[in-house]
Design a protein around this ligand. Structure first.
Ligand SMILES: Nc1ncnc2c1ncn2[C@@H]1O[C@H](COP(=O)(O)OP(=O)(O)OP(=O)(O)O)[C@@H](O)[C@H]1O
Length: 576
């Protein structure tokens, strides 16, 4: 085909591919041909049945009760970070200085708001029973609507409350995504069979959820085809990198993994339950300590939550040249109440809050933070020949040939094993590690599969960002790969969009990098290709979906209905 015809065909194809990147706070959705995706709050409000239970998901991670121990722990961490900052130098070599919080608090206590308008507008009065996206912010809390975010902490938000079953969560996703397709992309739903979807999924994924999501795309929403792509792999594509240690700081999760040639090394994956939303809550805690003048602020109120989020985005930074107190103003505008302007002073609170990523004890205000790694498949009756079957049958099949050898010697010989070997015979203790290693050379050695044992956690069982990066890279299968990863750390997602934080990460890593890798150039990429890092993964998925080599990844509805989940083993661009 002549080149222009080829690019024309590609362009047409890109217009019929819809790339969906769902997050805990935002949904990004658009045609693969779009320059940027549409971004909307990933939330739906549904009218409550007359006798229905009330459920309002909050727009910020919820605070936990502040016990004495919790406050003491956070206070200790805050002082630790403040001391570190005091010992830092400015770029001209002068020592940093800080204004004491008491002095800032004295100013803030005296500051009174100025009323600039008698009303901040009206609440919306929805005609229907469903409100989607940003409009949910303007629903009066007293109206009979429940509010649901279908994702939380980076994955589907399945819980025991109203609207928390997997069926309800999928129904909420269907409502939000189809609303965005109709109203933002302006595509009638009946045309969707002519469109294909690429869904960006978490790097650490739950197989059951992926199966349900594929059914949602192909059988419920009615796309003509789809494939799933891991967010970190998409990010490397978006950044135009062949390999990288990807750090994704979102609103409610931070995940790290090492990706090489489109494959995320399973053993390097880790996800922590903190992100930009937790930074906002920590910032609010710090502001309250210096007499935050907006006294009726309530982070459980959605407009206050969004206000605090925007204060964090505009005030916080990691610029060590900014010392002492700074005067700032902000406006509180809410329907049916006078609009007021507040003036306040802020100091190192603006630096301490983002640095919580390196001192996660400061996130105590939103509760304990779990650490997740990729779980081994728990098995699905629809897919009997899974990795567990392979492992089980391989172990038993190899028993005879292994027995004469000393434990561990036969590892390399197991590569060619296929399912279907003799299933008889018992399991000899000690064989398991050998065979598991042979089937997945990146599986953790020792320790129980599926727990986070091998990631060494800090005080309060938390894992700071620098530690997560160092430990993720350390779990790469070869020395050469580790070396490459130290040379290329890619930061994506919105949670770390603070000036100067890339340099801070670079310094933290270079201080702790193992001796033999010190010579490497440590490169931290925070603005890949001058692009907004919140868009990188979406962009990468859009680029990838149009590549010639991606054409074999599409799964079509008839195949899904006929073959089911087994097809993911063959087609998914990651180890199913
Ligand atoms: N300029 C900015 N400065 C600081 N933080 C920012 C900035 N812009 C966005 N953020 C933060 O980025 C976060 C949203 O990031 P992102 O869109 O990657 O999250 P998500 O995909 O919705 O969530 P997750 O990845 O946790 O599921 C919010 O906490 C937001 O406050």
């Amino acid at each position: 085909m002549p080149a222009f015809q080829e690019s024309c065909a590609e362009q047409i194809q890109a217009q019929t591919i819809i790339v969906i990147h769902p997050g805990s706070l935002y949904l990004r959705i658009g045609r693969a041909s779009d320059l940027n995706p549409h971004t909307l709050l990933h939330v739906v409000a549904r009218r409550r049945l007359p006798s229905g239970a009330l459920h309002h998901d909050t727009f910020l991670p919820q605070q936990v009760p502040k016990t004495k121990e919790l406050v003491q722990g956070m206070e200790d961490s805050r002082l630790q970070v403040s001391h570190t900052l005091q010992s830092c130098l400015q770029s001209d070599g002068r020592r940093r200085y800080a204004t004491p919080p008491q002095q800032i608090a004295a100013f803030n206590r005296r500051s009174s708001p100025e009323v600039i308008s008698s009303s901040g507008g009206e609440w919306i009065k929805p005609d229907g029973d469903v409100v989607v996206g940003d409009e949910v912010l303007y629903l009066n809390a007293g109206q009979d609507f429940n509010i649901h975010f279908p994702y939380q902490r980076g994955d589907l938000y399945v819980h025991s409350g109203p609207g928390g079953s997997i069926t309800a969560v999928l129904a909420n996703l269907e409502t939000i995504w189809t609303w965005a397709i109709r109203h933002r992309l302006e595509i009638p739903l009946r045309d969707l069979r002519h469109y294909k979807a690429v869904l960006i999924v978490p790097d650490i994924y739950n197989r059951q959820y992926l199966k349900e999501l594929t059914t949602l795309l192909l059988c419920k929403i009615g796309f003509g085809g789809c494939f799933l792509l891991q967010d970190h792999v998409a990010a490397t594509f978006g950044a135009g990198l062949g390999y990288a240690c990807v750090v994704d700081v979102g609103d409610q999760k931070t995940s790290v993994s090492c990706v090489e040639d489109g494959i995320s090394h399973r053993n390097t994956r880790v996800r922590m339950e903190y992100g930009g939303g937790d930074i906002t809550q920590t910032f609010y805690w710090l502001l309250q300590k210096c007499a935050f003048p907006y006294k009726t602020c309530n982070p459980d109120n959605k407009l206050d939550a969004m206000l605090l989020k925007s204060l964090k985005e505009s005030f916080c930074h990691v610029n060590l040249d900014i010392c002492g107190s700074q005067e700032k103003t902000f406006v509180v505008r809410q329907p049916k109440t006078p609009t007021s302007k507040f003036t306040l002073q802020v100091g190192d609170e603006c630096i301490v809050a983002p640095l919580s990523l390196f001192q996660p004890e400061l996130f105590g205000v939103t509760g304990p933070k779990l650490v997740h790694i990729q779980q081994r498949a728990s098995g699905d009756p629809e897919d009997p020949h899974d990795e567990n079957y392979l492992r089980e049958t391989s172990r038993r099949g190899m028993k005879e040939s292994l027995e004469p050898l000393a434990g561990g010697l036969a590892v390399g010989d197991l590569d060619g094993l296929t399912p279907g070997l003799d299933c008889s015979g018992g399991v000899v203790p000690g064989e398991e590690d050998i065979v598991v290693d042979a089937i997945d050379s990146t599986a953790p050695s020792g320790g129980r599969e599926g727990d986070a044992k091998e990631f060494v956690l800090g005080p309060e069982q938390a894992l700071g960002l620098d530690q997560a990066v160092l430990q993720s890279i350390d779990r790469c299968p070869t020395e050469d790969l580790k070396r490459k990863m130290y040379g290329c750390i890619l930061v994506v997602g919105g949670g770390m969009k603070f000036i100067g934080i890339g340099t801070w990460l670079q310094n933290r890593i270079s201080l702790q990098i193992p001796y033999m890798y010190r010579a490497e150039q440590l490169d931290i990429i925070t603005m890949p290709k001058e692009m907004d890092p919140q868009m990188t993964a979406w962009k990468g998925a859009a680029i990838m979906s149009c590549l010639e080599s991606a054409q074999e990844l599409w799964i079509y509805p008839v195949e899904w209905e006929k073959v089911g989940v087994k097809i993911l083993r063959e087609r998914a661009p990651f180890m199913w």
